[in-house]
Design a protein around this ligand. Structure first.
Ligand code: ATP
Ligand code: MG
Length: 393
């Protein structure tokens, strides 16, 4: 007998809610899937009843597909399936094929009936197929502790019988929203903050400030490494590397040390606004989490934000460190984030930084310093790096 042809059935999450723009989101979702699947075997990708099907995959390397599928933003879950006609006998045959090489001692059947006009309801189908599989394998039915979950989806013309459902991150397809510029350090927080917005479909470019050559270029190398991981989710982006040593030196010359970090951060925002305007980004992103360090008290957040025209998105503002660390591990940026590096700000941090800056002090000192020429010079010396998933495959 001819060997069966396997497909992958993908469910997307919130695209389903976007009634008006649905086809726009679906198009981007499918374009992304094609890039994620590059180098892996399949015949075609089909949109079918608010689902996406990847046809004729090579089941022998399912683990490879799995790894890639997990990274597709906007995906709720994906299942390895056989496609059949919506007919109980044919569904039964598909189930038989599916478990042919499986050695199982327990299983369950999970049926979802989309086509309510189908003559059997989920209970009937579960029972009928359950009895069939039990007889075929001698395995017992167990709804909680099973070694195999046989998944059935009943649609109007075609139905699907499968197993090995893997969970995605859900959200909106990467790159389906407008652009924002993410301020990225090589710490733990800003890569996670970036990911949270990639997950909302925001198109991110990145900006990193460094004090090379006063400190090593390790932060730059680490940021590039982190972006090589984030490009698994948002497939291409740009990184802007900005030298700010001379600006920092001038700040340290003129401003009292307790305000240094606030002024460093204000300059970062000023430069980020200029770059954002040039690249049509309409918001900035940072990894701030309230109260985590001195620069992240509410007063200091206010004193820093005041330097930005563009809205600043801070997806981690209410997150606990432990949760941020767990997320960093899950998206695989953690190991790089904990590599040693010197940060452009912490390197010059005074012993007693201001924790409750007053706007009147900030504005007073700002009037004492003119950084315009140095900012222009930093912008001229920006190095741009293209980050693209295609450079790896
Ligand atoms: P992270 O773990 O992201 O470094 P953090 O908890 O160490 O954050 P800070 O170092 O105070 O906190 O940085 C707050 C935010 O400012 C960062 O999340 C990032 O968005 C931005 N930021 C800090 N340093 C840099 C830098 N060198 N280049 C670009 N952005 C930076
Ligand atoms: Mg940091």
């Amino acid at each position: 007998m001819e060997s069966p042809s396997y497909s992958i059935l993908l469910h997307y999450s919130e695209i389903a809610l976007k009634l008006k723009n649905r086809s726009h989101f679906e198009k981007i979702f499918i374009q992304n899937i094609k890039i994620h699947m590059q180098g892996l075997e399949y015949s075609r990708i089909e949109l079918y009843a608010a689902r996406v099907l990847i046809h004729d995959i090579n089941k022998d390397i399912w683990d490879e597909y799995k790894k890639r599928l997990e990274q597709i933003i906007g995906m709720q879950h994906a299942t390895l399936v056989l496609k059949t006609k919506t007919d109980l006998e044919q569904i039964k045959n598909a189930a038989k094929l599916l478990i042919k090489d499986k050695n199982i001692d327990s299983f369950r059947i999970t049926t979802k009936r989309n086509d309510k006009s189908f003559e059997y309801d989920t209970n009937d189908i579960n029972k009928y197929l359950g009895a069939f599989v039990q007889e075929l394998t001698n395995a017992k039915v167990s709804l909680k502790f099973y070694s195999l979950n046989i998944i059935i989806e009943i649609l109007k013309n075609y139905s699907f019988v499968g197993y090995e459902r893997i969970k995605g991150f859900s959200g909106l397809p990467a790159g389906s929203q407008e652009k924002a510029l993410s301020l990225i350090s090589s710490g733990i927080d800003s890569p996670v903050a970036s990911f949270e917005l990639i997950k909302r479909g925001v198109k991110l470019d990145y900006i990193h400030f460094h004090s090379y050559p006063a400190i090593s270029n390790q932060s730059i190398e680490n940021v590039k490494e982190i972006l090589n991981i984030l490009k698994l989710y948002q497939l291409k982006s740009k990184l802007y590397l900005v030298p700010i040593l001379s600006i920092q030196q001038k700040i340290m010359e003129i401003i009292p040390d307790k305000f240094w970090v606030i002024f460093f951060r204000r300059v970062m925002l000023q430069i980020s606004n200029i770059i954002a305007n040039k690249i049509n980004a309409v918001a900035l992103v940072t990894g701030d989490s309230v109260g985590q360090v001195a620069s992240q008290t509410l007063s200091n957040i206010r004193a820093i934000s005041d330097a930005s025209f563009l809205p600043i998105l801070r997806p981690l503002s209410g997150s606990n460190k432990e949760d941020i660390i767990n997320k960093a591990k899950k998206i695989r940026t953690y190991d790089t984030s904990v590599l040693p590096y010197q940060d452009c700000c912490s390197f010059f941090v005074p012993k007693h930084p201001e924790t409750k800056a007053k706007m009147k002090d900030i504005l007073f000192y700002e009037s004492k310093i003119n950084l315009d020429d140095l900012i222009d010079e930093a912008i001229i010396n920006i190095e741009k790096v293209n980050i693209n998933i295609k450079d790896n495959v």
